[in-house]
Design a protein around this ligand. Structure first.
Ligand code: HPA
Ligand SMILES: [Zn+2]
Length: 330
């Protein structure tokens, strides 16, 4: 089964590129930029990745990305993940990135965008990997700041596939970002949002009603409301579920208690992603393998999950047709 899963053409719709920063690269970049890390060794860093909840993770996530300073750093970060993902049979990635987390540290938007866009172009021309760009906004920061950053990003609007909403969910409801999402819609930008990870099912409803999102990132807590499940089923809104992330952040105690089988049973359009692979124990392939162990799924289920992802990916019609063809041939 591992062999089948490795070779299965895969797509992931929910990946934070800053969360793909492996400790090895973190040490290299710290060295290159003369930055002192709070860890003496790679092993010490990995040992610190033992989270109680989303906020506990976010603290280390924002600390880790402090080594990213130059255009080359952002390029190296993305390329490192793209090559690893490609070696695991991933053919498409929709990539979230967090401009505010870099602007706050004095890293200009141009530096972030130039590095990530160069990596995307190279992946597409040389690695047979397509990449979607999701500019994410931090929901635990002021809504005005997000709106300002969206305006500042004007030179890049054409290069964005969507805007997203991430970071600490509790007490930061979608409602807070209505103006931002209205502006994005006016600009013709597609919208996605994290909802129902640590926040309640009502945040999923808010994201749909008030932000007019096309996808829900995570969304696992939809099961707490029959109405929300019904609605997601009828609209076939895609959920980007991240199994190993949910275990690491204690959204569930163990993977075999994860609501994934219930989400499938409910007729929802589920996909599987890795979220922050460097922090949560592996990339898209590891997430697939963990699901075999926990749920005993067979080949058809994994094909179905990846078909869902390919149907919803931010990609050209021609590339989508090619991805689906390669999936069906597997
Ligand atoms: O899993 C996540 N949830 C919310 N915000 C995030 N930012 C990076 N990863 C995450
Ligand atoms: Zn996420």
């Amino acid at each position: 089964m591992s062999d089948f899963l490795r070779h299965l053409p895969k797509a992931e719709l929910h990946l934070h590129i800053e969360g793909s920063l492996e400790p090895e690269l973190m040490f290299q970049l710290a060295d290159r930029n003369g930055i002192e890390l709070p860890y003496a060794t790679v092993e010490e860093a990995k040992a610190a990745y033992d989270f109680k909840d989303l906020q506990g993770f976010l603290n280390l996530y924002y600390q880790g990305m402090n080594v990213l300073r130059s255009e080359q750093d952002f390029y190296d970060l993305a390329m490192d993940y793209f090559k690893r993902a490609r070696s695991e049979g991933v053919l498409h990635i929709d990539m979230h990135f967090d401009p505010q987390a870099h602007l706050q540290r004095g890293v200009p938007l141009e530096v972030v965008m130039a590095g990530l866009l160069r990596a995307k172009q190279e992946a597409e021309s040389q690695l047979d990997l397509s990449v979607g760009m999701i500019m994410a906004f931090l929901r635990d920061r002021p809504a005005d700041e997000a709106l300002h950053v969206l305006e500042q990003a004007a030179p890049y609007w054409k290069m964005l596939d969507a805007i997203g909403l991430d970071s600490a969910e509790r007490d930061n409801p979608p409602e807070k970002f209505q103006a931002l999402f209205a502006r994005a819609k006016e600009l013709g930008l597609v919208r996605v949002a994290h909802a129902g990870e640590e926040g309640p099912a009502a945040y999923i409803t808010q994201a749909l009603d008030l932000l007019d999102v096309q996808r829900i990132d995570h969304g696992v807590r939809c099961l707490e409301s029959e109405d929300v499940v019904q609605r997601l089923k009828e609209s076939q809104t895609v959920l980007t579920v991240c199994p190993l992330s949910n275990v690491s952040l204690k959204v569930v105690d163990q993977l075999d208690q994860h609501p994934l089988p219930a989400l499938l049973e409910a007729g929802l359009k589920v996909t599987i992603s890795s979220d922050d692979p460097a922090y949560f124990g592996g990339g898209l392939l590891e997430n697939h393998i963990a699901c075999v162990d926990a749920f005993g799924w067979g080949e058809d289920t994994f094909k179905w999950l990846n078909r869902n992802a390919m149907e919803e990916a931010f990609v050209s019609d021609a590339r989508r047709a090619e991805l689906l063809k390669r999936l069906e041939a597997a």
